[in-house]
Design a binder for this molecule. Structure first.
Ligand SMILES: Cc1cc2nc3c(=O)[nH]c(=O)nc-3n(C[C@H](O)[C@H](O)[C@H](O)COP(=O)(O)OP(=O)(O)OC[C@H]3O[C@@H](n4cnc5c(N)ncnc54)[C@H](O)[C@@H]3O)c2cc1C
Length: 222
Protein backbone atom coordinates (compact mmCIF):
# COMPACT_ATOMS: atom_id res chain seq x y z
CA UNK A 1 0.00 0.00 0.00
CA UNK A 2 1.28 3.44 -0.95
CA UNK A 3 2.38 5.70 1.91
CA UNK A 4 2.88 9.46 2.05
CA UNK A 5 5.06 11.42 4.48
CA UNK A 6 3.17 14.64 5.15
CA UNK A 7 3.93 17.77 7.18
CA UNK A 8 1.64 18.80 10.01
CA UNK A 9 0.06 22.22 9.39
CA UNK A 10 -1.75 22.64 12.74
CA UNK A 11 -2.73 20.83 15.91
CA UNK A 12 -5.51 22.08 18.16
CA UNK A 13 -7.87 20.73 20.79
CA UNK A 14 -11.37 19.81 19.58
CA UNK A 15 -12.26 18.86 23.19
CA UNK A 16 -10.20 18.37 26.37
CA UNK A 17 -8.92 14.99 25.08
CA UNK A 18 -9.53 15.13 21.32
CA UNK A 19 -7.04 16.62 18.84
CA UNK A 20 -7.88 18.21 15.51
CA UNK A 21 -4.84 17.65 13.32
CA UNK A 22 -4.46 19.18 9.87
CA UNK A 23 -1.71 18.06 7.54
CA UNK A 24 -0.59 18.62 3.98
CA UNK A 25 -2.57 16.89 1.26
CA UNK A 26 -0.71 15.16 -1.55
CA UNK A 27 -1.67 16.26 -5.04
CA UNK A 28 -4.47 14.16 -6.49
CA UNK A 29 -5.25 12.48 -3.14
CA UNK A 30 -8.91 11.42 -3.06
CA UNK A 31 -11.14 9.83 -0.43
CA UNK A 32 -14.85 9.34 0.20
CA UNK A 33 -16.40 10.97 3.30
CA UNK A 34 -16.49 8.25 5.98
CA UNK A 35 -13.27 6.55 4.82
CA UNK A 36 -10.25 5.97 7.04
CA UNK A 37 -6.54 5.35 6.57
CA UNK A 38 -3.59 4.21 8.65
CA UNK A 39 -1.31 6.72 10.27
CA UNK A 40 2.07 6.53 11.97
CA UNK A 41 4.26 9.25 13.45
CA UNK A 42 7.49 9.90 11.52
CA UNK A 43 9.73 9.69 14.53
CA UNK A 44 12.24 7.14 15.81
CA UNK A 45 10.47 4.07 17.31
CA UNK A 46 7.04 5.19 16.03
CA UNK A 47 7.28 4.84 12.24
CA UNK A 48 5.88 1.31 12.14
CA UNK A 49 3.12 1.88 14.71
CA UNK A 50 0.22 2.30 12.31
CA UNK A 51 -3.27 3.06 13.65
CA UNK A 52 -6.55 3.62 11.77
CA UNK A 53 -8.08 7.12 11.74
CA UNK A 54 -10.86 8.70 9.69
CA UNK A 55 -10.61 11.74 7.41
CA UNK A 56 -12.82 14.48 8.85
CA UNK A 57 -12.18 17.18 6.23
CA UNK A 58 -14.08 17.65 3.00
CA UNK A 59 -12.65 15.91 -0.08
CA UNK A 60 -12.36 19.40 -1.64
CA UNK A 61 -10.28 20.88 1.24
CA UNK A 62 -6.64 21.59 0.43
CA UNK A 63 -5.50 19.83 3.63
CA UNK A 64 -6.26 16.50 5.33
CA UNK A 65 -7.86 16.63 8.77
CA UNK A 66 -8.11 14.00 11.50
CA UNK A 67 -10.05 14.24 14.74
CA UNK A 68 -8.36 11.97 17.25
CA UNK A 69 -9.27 10.99 20.77
CA UNK A 70 -6.16 10.54 22.89
CA UNK A 71 -5.59 7.76 25.41
CA UNK A 72 -2.54 8.66 27.55
CA UNK A 73 -3.02 5.47 29.59
CA UNK A 74 -2.35 3.27 26.50
CA UNK A 75 1.13 4.83 26.11
CA UNK A 76 0.54 4.25 22.39
CA UNK A 77 0.20 6.36 19.26
CA UNK A 78 -2.58 8.66 20.46
CA UNK A 79 -0.57 9.51 23.58
CA UNK A 80 2.46 10.29 21.40
CA UNK A 81 0.27 12.53 19.20
CA UNK A 82 -0.11 14.81 22.23
CA UNK A 83 3.49 15.94 21.53
CA UNK A 84 2.78 16.64 17.84
CA UNK A 85 3.31 20.19 16.54
CA UNK A 86 3.23 22.07 13.24
CA UNK A 87 6.18 21.07 11.07
CA UNK A 88 6.35 17.47 12.38
CA UNK A 89 5.57 14.67 9.93
CA UNK A 90 2.99 11.86 9.77
CA UNK A 91 3.07 8.77 7.58
CA UNK A 92 -0.35 8.36 5.96
CA UNK A 93 -1.61 5.45 3.89
CA UNK A 94 -4.20 5.28 1.17
CA UNK A 95 -7.90 5.61 2.02
CA UNK A 96 -9.94 2.49 2.52
CA UNK A 97 -13.64 1.90 2.72
CA UNK A 98 -15.47 1.99 5.98
CA UNK A 99 -18.77 3.77 6.41
CA UNK A 100 -20.20 5.65 3.46
CA UNK A 101 -23.44 7.51 2.87
CA UNK A 102 -26.13 5.34 1.30
CA UNK A 103 -29.16 7.54 1.85
CA UNK A 104 -31.13 9.45 4.50
CA UNK A 105 -31.06 8.01 7.97
CA UNK A 106 -30.18 8.05 11.61
CA UNK A 107 -26.52 8.24 12.60
CA UNK A 108 -25.74 6.67 15.97
CA UNK A 109 -22.34 7.44 17.48
CA UNK A 110 -20.50 6.85 20.72
CA UNK A 111 -17.59 9.23 21.52
CA UNK A 112 -14.88 9.25 18.84
CA UNK A 113 -17.13 6.96 16.78
CA UNK A 114 -18.61 10.18 15.43
CA UNK A 115 -15.59 10.90 13.19
CA UNK A 116 -16.89 9.26 9.97
CA UNK A 117 -20.12 11.19 10.48
CA UNK A 118 -18.23 14.51 10.74
CA UNK A 119 -16.99 14.01 7.19
CA UNK A 120 -20.36 12.79 5.91
CA UNK A 121 -22.37 15.63 7.50
CA UNK A 122 -19.89 18.26 6.33
CA UNK A 123 -20.13 16.87 2.81
CA UNK A 124 -23.94 16.76 2.80
CA UNK A 125 -24.05 20.28 4.22
CA UNK A 126 -21.66 21.57 1.55
CA UNK A 127 -24.03 20.18 -1.11
CA UNK A 128 -27.13 21.54 0.69
CA UNK A 129 -28.36 17.95 1.11
CA UNK A 130 -28.50 17.58 4.88
CA UNK A 131 -32.29 16.98 4.68
CA UNK A 132 -33.79 15.17 7.65
CA UNK A 133 -30.67 13.17 8.58
CA UNK A 134 -30.30 12.80 12.32
CA UNK A 135 -27.39 12.30 14.70
CA UNK A 136 -27.86 10.53 18.03
CA UNK A 137 -24.61 11.13 19.89
CA UNK A 138 -23.75 9.38 23.16
CA UNK A 139 -21.03 10.78 25.42
CA UNK A 140 -20.05 10.69 29.07
CA UNK A 141 -20.34 14.45 29.67
CA UNK A 142 -21.14 17.57 27.64
CA UNK A 143 -17.41 18.44 27.64
CA UNK A 144 -16.81 15.27 25.60
CA UNK A 145 -19.10 16.23 22.70
CA UNK A 146 -16.90 16.59 19.62
CA UNK A 147 -17.80 19.47 17.24
CA UNK A 148 -20.89 20.30 19.29
CA UNK A 149 -21.41 23.81 17.85
CA UNK A 150 -20.92 22.65 14.28
CA UNK A 151 -23.38 19.75 14.61
CA UNK A 152 -25.94 22.05 16.29
CA UNK A 153 -25.64 24.51 13.43
CA UNK A 154 -25.85 21.90 10.68
CA UNK A 155 -28.52 19.64 12.20
CA UNK A 156 -30.59 21.84 14.55
CA UNK A 157 -33.22 19.69 16.31
CA UNK A 158 -31.92 16.61 14.50
CA UNK A 159 -28.85 16.65 16.77
CA UNK A 160 -29.83 14.46 19.73
CA UNK A 161 -27.38 14.20 22.64
CA UNK A 162 -27.37 11.74 25.49
CA UNK A 163 -24.96 11.88 28.43
CA UNK A 164 -24.21 8.90 30.66
CA UNK A 165 -22.16 10.62 33.40
CA UNK A 166 -23.75 14.07 33.66
CA UNK A 167 -27.28 15.33 34.25
CA UNK A 168 -27.73 18.58 32.37
CA UNK A 169 -30.75 20.59 31.23
CA UNK A 170 -31.41 20.11 27.54
CA UNK A 171 -29.63 16.75 27.37
CA UNK A 172 -31.06 13.26 27.76
CA UNK A 173 -29.42 11.29 30.56
CA UNK A 174 -28.30 7.65 30.38
CA UNK A 175 -27.44 5.40 27.47
CA UNK A 176 -29.06 5.04 24.05
CA UNK A 177 -31.84 2.50 24.64
CA UNK A 178 -34.58 0.79 22.72
CA UNK A 179 -37.07 3.49 23.65
CA UNK A 180 -34.89 6.33 22.36
CA UNK A 181 -34.18 4.49 19.11
CA UNK A 182 -37.87 3.67 18.67
CA UNK A 183 -38.66 7.40 18.60
CA UNK A 184 -36.37 7.75 15.59
CA UNK A 185 -37.15 4.56 13.67
CA UNK A 186 -38.94 4.91 10.36
CA UNK A 187 -39.29 2.56 7.45
CA UNK A 188 -36.81 3.07 4.62
CA UNK A 189 -34.18 4.91 6.67
CA UNK A 190 -30.58 3.81 6.95
CA UNK A 191 -29.01 3.37 10.39
CA UNK A 192 -25.34 4.24 10.58
CA UNK A 193 -23.67 2.99 13.74
CA UNK A 194 -20.12 3.71 14.89
CA UNK A 195 -18.57 3.34 18.31
CA UNK A 196 -16.87 0.93 20.67
CA UNK A 197 -17.50 -2.80 20.30
CA UNK A 198 -20.04 -3.33 23.15
CA UNK A 199 -22.09 -0.33 22.07
CA UNK A 200 -22.19 -1.53 18.45
CA UNK A 201 -23.48 -4.96 19.41
CA UNK A 202 -26.26 -3.59 21.55
CA UNK A 203 -27.33 -0.96 18.96
CA UNK A 204 -27.53 -3.57 16.21
CA UNK A 205 -29.52 -5.83 18.53
CA UNK A 206 -31.98 -2.98 19.28
CA UNK A 207 -32.33 -2.17 15.58
CA UNK A 208 -33.13 -5.82 14.86
CA UNK A 209 -35.73 -5.74 17.64
CA UNK A 210 -37.26 -2.69 15.96
CA UNK A 211 -37.53 -4.66 12.72
CA UNK A 212 -34.69 -2.94 10.86
CA UNK A 213 -33.26 -5.21 8.17
CA UNK A 214 -29.45 -5.69 8.05
CA UNK A 215 -29.32 -4.12 4.61
CA UNK A 216 -30.30 -0.80 6.24
CA UNK A 217 -27.61 -1.03 8.93
CA UNK A 218 -24.22 0.49 8.06
CA UNK A 219 -21.64 0.00 10.79
CA UNK A 220 -18.02 0.45 11.75
CA UNK A 221 -16.40 -0.70 14.94
CA UNK A 222 -13.77 1.52 16.63
C1 LIG B 1 -11.63 2.16 10.84
C2 LIG B 1 -11.29 2.90 12.09
C3 LIG B 1 -11.26 4.29 12.09
C4 LIG B 1 -10.94 4.99 13.26
N1 LIG B 1 -10.97 6.36 13.23
C5 LIG B 1 -10.73 7.06 14.37
C6 LIG B 1 -10.78 8.50 14.38
O1 LIG B 1 -11.00 9.15 13.37
N2 LIG B 1 -10.56 9.12 15.55
C7 LIG B 1 -10.30 8.43 16.72
O2 LIG B 1 -10.12 9.05 17.75
N3 LIG B 1 -10.23 7.07 16.73
C8 LIG B 1 -10.43 6.38 15.59
N4 LIG B 1 -10.34 5.01 15.61
C9 LIG B 1 -9.87 4.34 16.85
C10 LIG B 1 -8.34 4.46 16.92
O3 LIG B 1 -7.78 3.72 15.84
C11 LIG B 1 -7.77 3.97 18.26
O4 LIG B 1 -8.26 4.78 19.29
C12 LIG B 1 -6.26 4.06 18.22
O5 LIG B 1 -5.76 3.04 17.35
C13 LIG B 1 -5.65 3.87 19.61
O6 LIG B 1 -4.26 3.85 19.43
P1 LIG B 1 -3.23 3.86 20.65
O7 LIG B 1 -1.90 3.51 20.08
O8 LIG B 1 -3.30 5.16 21.39
O9 LIG B 1 -3.74 2.77 21.60
P2 LIG B 1 -3.97 1.15 21.32
O10 LIG B 1 -3.30 0.73 20.08
O11 LIG B 1 -5.41 0.92 21.50
O12 LIG B 1 -3.23 0.59 22.55
C14 LIG B 1 -1.80 0.63 22.73
C15 LIG B 1 -1.49 -0.32 23.87
O13 LIG B 1 -2.14 0.15 25.07
C16 LIG B 1 -2.62 -0.93 25.84
N5 LIG B 1 -4.05 -0.70 26.11
C17 LIG B 1 -5.11 -0.92 25.27
N6 LIG B 1 -6.27 -0.60 25.88
C18 LIG B 1 -5.94 -0.16 27.12
C19 LIG B 1 -6.69 0.33 28.21
N7 LIG B 1 -8.04 0.41 28.17
N8 LIG B 1 -6.03 0.70 29.32
C20 LIG B 1 -4.66 0.60 29.39
N9 LIG B 1 -3.90 0.16 28.37
C21 LIG B 1 -4.52 -0.23 27.26
C22 LIG B 1 -2.37 -2.19 25.02
O14 LIG B 1 -1.24 -2.83 25.58
C23 LIG B 1 -2.06 -1.72 23.65
O15 LIG B 1 -1.13 -2.50 22.96
C24 LIG B 1 -10.63 4.28 14.45
C25 LIG B 1 -10.64 2.88 14.45
C26 LIG B 1 -10.97 2.21 13.29
C27 LIG B 1 -11.00 0.69 13.31
Amino acid sequence: MKQFTLKVKSVENATHDVLRIRIEKPQGFEFEPGQATEIAIKKKDWEFELRPFTFTCLPSDDYLEFTIKTYPEHKGVTNELLNLKAGDELIVGEPWGTINYKGPGVFIAGGAGVTPFIAIFRHLHSKNEIGNNKLIFANKTSADIINKDEFSKILGDNFVNILSHEEKTGYAHGYIDLNLLKQHTEQGLYYYVCGPDPMMDIMVDYLHQLGVNDKYIVKEEF
